[in-house]
Ligand binder design. Structure first.
Ligand code: HEC
Length: 107
């Protein structure tokens, strides 16, 4: 019985660690899909109901003319009435991952 409990505890610990690793790797994409895709579209082209309504530009159209720094600032501080500030919700490295992912969609 004691052995069983130890094995179970170890298994749970490994499971938690395992999902932590998966989360870290898929970070930018997962966050983007959960938090940004409603407006910016899963592929960045903003052709969603919200994207159209708010006239969000396609990633493909902005990546060339906007720097990483400018995008990081917009994601952290927000812009206009519809683009929220995510600086409080996400850590700097998560914002970096989001900007990286968003830019990769625009290429
Ligand atoms: C409620 C809809 C909405 C959500 C959700 C949203 N955005 Fe935006 N986003 C906008 C709008 C609208 C703009 C354009 C703001 C402007 O130029 O006035 C924008 C602008 C941007 C820009 C600047 C480049 C551009 O396309 O104009 C970046 C980068 C960006 N968003 C990233 C993100 C990321 C990353 C997330 C998720 C954490 C996110 N957005 C979530 C609506 C949204």
């Amino acid at each position: 019985m004691k052995l069983f409990l130890t094995v179970t505890a170890l298994g749970t610990a490994l499971l938690v660690m395992g999902s932590g690793v998966a989360w870290a790797q898929g970070d930018g994409k997962d966050l983007y899909m959960n938090k940004c895709a409603t407006c910016h579209g899963p592929d960045g082209n903003a052709k969603t109901a919200m994207g159209r309504k708010l006239k969000v530009k396609a990633a493909q159209a902005v990546v060339g003319s906007m720097s990483v720094e400018a995008m990081t600032k917009i994601v952290a501080d927000g812009k206009g009435p519809d683009m929220d500030a995510y600086g409080k919700q996400f850590k700097p490295e998560q914002i970096k991952a989001l900007v990286d992912y968003y830019r990769s969609l625009g290429k």
